[in-house]
Ligand binder design. Structure first.
Ligand code: NAD
Ligand code: UPG
Length: 449
């Protein structure tokens, strides 16, 4: 099939590459000229394990192309994916200006003689498929007066469930594909497109547009609830002397609860959970529904992102002025360079406000961090360099390389054998044996005093 993908950010690039990988011819469009130039030069613009190989192969074999021209990309396309940003507006609602702006452009460009399926891949509020449809028709009425555009397209909601860091696998072998449309022609096109992805038995789930749109928010909000619930259980563990790892294993082995997304830490971050929970809360507000769980989740997460700060302050008798910390991990999760809503940044801001200094290391997210913090913090070339003369090591992201470090090197570089671990990467028993003071999330404090 011939496919156009509008927006070559995280989702657009993965979507375009994976559809090319299954034999389609994909043209990706972006307004960002620099991005398109880089992509055309064979340079991938995001760090995502496994993506570069597919990107280079499909580009070399002519199935994956990049352009700034929407008009060129959609010529003869059977499917147009909208993989555009939906950032939070001032009131927390998803801002649809990018989506509706492109819908307006499509109204000028669609060819009434070619049927095309227009697919919302972005995370969009309930009712957006209708808005996109109406915006295209309204624009065509002005710019293509007299032509019958309304019958040459359908708008489908096909939310994306990929996780950064494992995006290729999530896309190529999805647990399920949700497709919101009741239009028979669109059902056929989407079914043909996705059949190669669901061959291993996972379902294609067809539903109406609004249900599909709500499914995406419900999935993200539910996962945010699960994480926040465990973060609250961790708070209870700390106060009651229980061990959250044991509780996690104990409840996760019940199939009805499941083992995944039960890891407590310093809160959820990223470009999705924070904005999507907030947007669903705003949707509820707009229809006068008091969605209490969502408010609680947002409160818990705001608290959890700073959970280590009072512990650090307590250890240093409430005075962090002049203290120097090593921080391992900046990305909002491992295996990505994405720092959007990274909990590490909330910690950096709080520590700087207390008068502390910080040296940071992250395997992939240093460059993105330099553009945010400039010379306010120090950037180390490796995890051990960050430790030099620090009063304590803090951990904000559970990169694999942090899990089994050289503890000798850590203790000889640090001023004190002191670690505050926001992602529970070390074993408390081992830390006790090595003589560290070690504080983590929902587990007993290991004291070396
Ligand atoms: N990042 C994820 O892991 C993820 C996963 C599932 C769903 N989503 C959703 O997918 C959507 C896109 O997310 P993302 O992380 O890929 O965003 P992003 O910000 O990384 O990328 C969006 C791209 O769209 C481009 N763009 C903006 N206006 C444009 C226009 N008029 N024409 C062409 N390109 C334009 C931008 O330049 C940018 O490259 C959001 O709704 C997000 O919530 C994201
Ligand atoms: O047990 C857990 C699991 C995750 N997290 C945190 O939650 C955040 C989000 O993690 P994850 O869901 O793995 O990453 P994303 O790439 O943001 O993916 C989420 O958001 C995407 C965008 O909507 C969806 O497509 C995915 O299905 C959904 O998992 C990160 O800060 C994690 O550290 C925890 O604290 N504990």
């Amino acid at each position: 099939m011939k496919i156009a993908v509008i927006g070559t950010g995280y989702v657009g690039l993965v979507t375009g590459t994976c559809f090319a990988e299954t034999g389609n011819v994909v043209t990706c469009v972006d307004v960002d000229q620099q991005k398109i130039n880089k992509l055309n030069a064979g340079e991938i613009t995001i760090y995502e394990p496994g993506l570069e190989k597919l990107f280079l192969r499909n580009q070399k074999e002519g199935r994956l192309k990049f352009t700034q021209s929407l008009a060129d990309a959609i010529v003869d396309a059977q499917i147009i994916f909208l993989a555009l940003p939906t950032p939070p507006g001032a009131d927390g609602a998803a801002d649809l200006k990018y989506i509706l702006g492109v819908a307006n452009d499509l109204g000028k460009l669609l060819n009434p003689n070619n049927y095309v399926v227009i697919v919302d891949k972005s995370t969009v509020p309930v009712g957006t498929a209708d808005k996109v449809h109406n915006a295209i028709v309204a624009s065509a009425t002005i710019h293509q007066a007299g032509k019958n555009i309304e019958h040459c397209f359908d708008v489908v909601s096909n939310p994306e469930f990929l996780r950064e860091g494992v995006a290729v696998d999530d896309f190529m072998k999805p647990d399920r594909v949700v497709i919101g449309t009741t239009a028979p022609k669109a059902i056929k096109v989407m079914n043909d497109l996705y059949t190669p992805f669901v061959r291993q038995g996972n379902p294609l789930i067809f539903m109406d547009e609004k249900s599909a749109e709500l499914t995406k928010y419900a999935a993200n909000a539910f996962l945010a609830v699960k994480i926040s619930f465990m973060n609250e259980i961790a708070q209870m563990c700390e106060r009651l002397g229980a061990d959250v790892d044991m509780v996690r294993k104990g409840i996760g082995s019940d199939d009805r609860i499941g083992k995944r997304f039960l890891f407590p830490g310093i809160g959820y971050g990223g470009s999705c959970f924070p904005k999507d929970v907030q947007a669903l809360a705003k949707t509820a507000d707009d229809i006068n529904y008091d969605f209490k769980i969502l408010d609680a989740v947002m409160d818990v997460n705001a608290m959890q992102k700073l959970h280590l700060i009072p512990k650090i302050k307590k250890y240093f008798n409430n005075n962090l002025k002049g203290k120097h910390f090593a921080l391992w991990g900046l990305a909002f999760k491992p295996n990505t360079d994405d720092v959007r809503e990274a909990p590490a940044y909330y910690m950096i801001d709080a520590l700087l406000a207390e008068g502390a200094t910080i040296a940071v290391f992250d395997p992939e997210a240093i460059n993105n961090t330099i553009s945010v913090y400039g010379n306010k913090i120090v950037y180390a070339n490796n995890q051990y360099e960050a430790l030099f003369n620090a009063d304590a090591l803090l951990i904000a992201t559970e990169w694999n390389e942090f899990r089994t470090p050289d503890f000798e090197k850590i203790s000889s570089a640090l001023k004190n054998k002191l670690i505050f671990d926001g992602r529970n990467v070390f074993d408390p028993a081992q830390m006790q044996e090595l003589g560290y003071h070690y504080e983590s999330i929902g587990r007993k404090i290991i004291s070396n005093k």
